[in-house]
Design a protein around this ligand. Sequence first.
Ligand code: GRF
Length: 196
Amino acid sequence: MRRRVAVLISGTGSNMLRLIEDMDEPDHPGKPVLVLADRTEAAGLAKAAASGVPQAAVPFAGGKERFERALTEHLEAAGTEFICLAGFMRILSPAFVAAWPGRILNIHPSLLPAFRGLDTHARVLAAGAAVHGATVHEVTSDLDGGPILGQAVVEVMPDDTPESLAERVQAVEHRLYPAVLRRHLRGDRRPIALLP
Ligand code: GRF
């Protein structure tokens, strides 16, 4: 039985698309059942539609409680078992997170626990770090602090800009997230390391 996976996005949805493409493989333990965005203009929605996965926008309106109730209705109606956050720019409440224990994953553009929060690429450059990367982790009520499920490393180059760094990090994210999801759906929580 394939586990039913929903992907939550706010923007481009390139990670979402990679997850969906990977779930197309016959040996994959998951099946994409829904893509949800918090903005009707999220470019990823059209990509989800083109790939044949049901999608919906749940605009953030009327407060967090109401927003999360609407998310939950969509997720439950689709029979969701696991949730992948992929560029989803909202912080979920502890109550929402508690309703899906160990069943929400997120991809964060840094090697956690370093550089939690926003603007990671610029902050990595400002700190003079030699390596950077991405982390897939379980979502808990500790923001960017849940158990690490996989990390991919990129080298920081002397002429890097936040944009060039973001591009290289995204390229490894597209390999890391599908690999972690497969492993996680099989109940294997050993972290994956992708080295340069
Ligand atoms: C990714 O870099 C991810 O790490 C961050 O937001 C970005 C989303 O990109 N959380 P995309 O929408 O998957 O293209």
